[in-house]
Design a binder for this molecule. Structure first.
Ligand code: HEM
Length: 477
């Protein structure tokens, strides 16, 4: 009953031969031939690729598919140990995920404090963009990592209680290492992951040196921060997630079976940044690209924001009052999908999906890109149509048909934070600035490759390409 797919013990490579820029599209292409559940083999390893919406829902809610593959690449961030939340499973994962979810709430997620933190970061960002606009004669500005500092700061304030200034060299290093790590693989098994001993034989060619070049600076920065917290913390008055974790380490000192240790803390912080920073900032990057390429839709969003907010700063309470803006943001997330595959799942026991057998140990790829581009659900799926998320009365309808944050027990722990951040950033930026295609006659426009394009840069998450855009400040009234 193993799902249908190309024959042979190396059939996994068929995915790599689809001449598609990223894995989710290659899986989608194969699914046209073999159906929504495909079986692939790579020597002794079995892979199941799921593309259909119902098959994806079934798989994400299946309690026997909660495992993660042992990823050599990821384990390098915690000295070869299986730590953190993203790539662990079993009891360790359950306990660490529960602690992380609970204590991220304690330090802000879902509270008014967290809205204030996001709005503070947006205020800094608006002032940075104004400076960029003022210093450009033609209005042409390079849009590249515009949101990175603000998004990292929101996470860093919860985790370590501090924020970075824009262009702080430490922050720039951290962001570029994170970006390098995210671009190292596309979510499929890397050569290094498949044959770890290659790092001793060909450390350069296997990518090991490159990967460690990204991981080592992040590790050492987080370690320093933990050491600083140890020195300065006041027991019983935790300032942030690191203090709360150190408190737990004290409490568990005498427990032999505790899954809490410093390497685990480091892995969890790494995971929060890997999973939380690029996903959010790249969604916002795609938002600007969609607005540049659909100027009439941008105008409608801005008219609604002006009419409803009358020049004041938005708040989360405005969510029900800006239906067109919310519909546009949902359409941006449908087509500007930054995580086109979930993180791979693993069958912890023999199980089934849509009647097909998934043997214990199989790695399961769940294709969210296919869900968001399914023509049966979304007529003319490639068209950018915010109106499809409005009902007959013109109210915004939060879609049950897409699940960009996953579903079930392994779903994203940062969904609330991400949704709040996306709404506040998008609304504020649309309120203050107009984004248009670049003035190509200006001397600052030197490179055709910098024309706004929606073709993403592949990687663990998809990233928007840097581009030049004409940005102008709007009168906020
Ligand atoms: C637009 C923003 C985001 C998107 C689209 C997104 C999407 C996802 C997806 C698809 C998964 C995998 C679900 C699965 O494997 O079935 C995931 C997992 C995860 N996300 Fe997010 N995410 C976003 C933001 C965040 C933020 C802000 C955080 C930080 C708090 C975060 C932390 C995590 C963690 C730790 C996991 C692993 C959960 C686990 O394995 O148990 N994410 N996310």
């Amino acid at each position: 009953d193993f799902p249908p797919g190309p024959p042979g013990v190396l059939s996994f490579f068929t995915l790599r031969m689809q001449s598609e820029p990223f894995l989710s599209k290659a899986i989608h292409k194969l699914s046209k031939e073999y159906g929504p559940v495909i079986g692939l083999i790579l020597l002794h390893r079995k892979f199941v690729c799921i593309s259909g919406r119902q098959a994806a829902i079934d798989a994400l809610n299946n309690p026997l598919l909660l495992g993660r593959p042992k990823s050599f690449d990821f384990s390098l961030r915690t000295k070869g140990l299986c730590r953190g939340v993203l790539m662990t499973d079993g009891e360790l994962w359950k306990e660490q995920r529960r602690f992380t979810v609970q204590h991220l709430k304690d330090v802000g997620i879902g509270k008014s404090f967290h809205e204030g933190t996001i709005l503070d970061e947006i205020t800094h960002l608006v002032s940075d963009i104004k400076n960029l606009v003022d210093s450009s004669n033609s209005g042409n500005i390079k849009l590249e990592n515009l949101f990175t500092t603000a998004v990292i700061n929101i996470l860093w304030i919860m985790v370590a209680g501090t924020r970075f200034q824009r262009e702080d060299p430490k922050m720039e290093k951290l962001a570029s290492c994170m970006n390098g790590f995210m671009r190292f693989s596309d979510g499929g098994p890397s050569v290094l992951s498949f044959m770890p001993p290659l790092r001793f034989i060909v450390p350069e060619l296997s990518g090991y040196n490159k990967l460690m070049g990204f991981i080592a600076p992040i590790r050492s920065y987080v370690k320093e921060e933990i050491a600083e917290h140890r020195r300065t913390r006041q027991p019983d008055s935790p300032r942030d997630f690191i203090d709360l974790y150190l408190e737990k380490l004290d409490d568990d000192k005498s427990s032999k079976n505790s899954t809490f240790d410093e390497e685990q803390l480091l892995g969890t912080i790494f995971d929060i940044f890997v999973a939380g920073s690029e996903t959010t900032s790249h969604t916002l990057g795609f938002a600007l690209l969609f607005m540049i390429l659909h100027p009439q839709i941008q105008t409608k969003v801005q008219q609604e924001i002006d009419e409803v907010l009358q020049g004041r700063q938005p708040s989360l309470a405005d969510r029900g009052r800006l239906p067109y803006t919310e519909a546009t943001l949902q359409e941006i997330q449908r087509l500007g999908l930054v995580a086109p595959l979930t993180i791979p799942h693993v069958a912890q026991e023999n199980t089934k999906c849509q009647g097909y057998a998934i043997p214990k140990g199989s790695v399961v790829f769940i294709n969210l890109w296919a869900v968001n581009n399914d023509p049966d659900t979304w007529p003319e799926p490639t068209k950018f149509l915010p109106d499809r998320h409005l009902n007959a009365a013109g109210n915004y309808v939060k879609s049950e048909l897409m699940f960009n944050f996953g579903l079930g027990k392994r779903s994203c722990i940062g969904e609330t934070l991400a949704r709040c951040s996306l709404f506040l950033f998008f609304t504020c930026i649309m309120q203050h600035f107009r984004f248009e295609s670049p003035n190509i006659n200006d001397e600052s426009f030197v490179d055709e490759a910098l024309r706004p394009s929606l073709e993403p840069i592949p990687g663990l998450s998809l990233a928007p390409r840097p581009c030049i855009a004409r940005v102008s400040q709007r009168l906020v009234y």
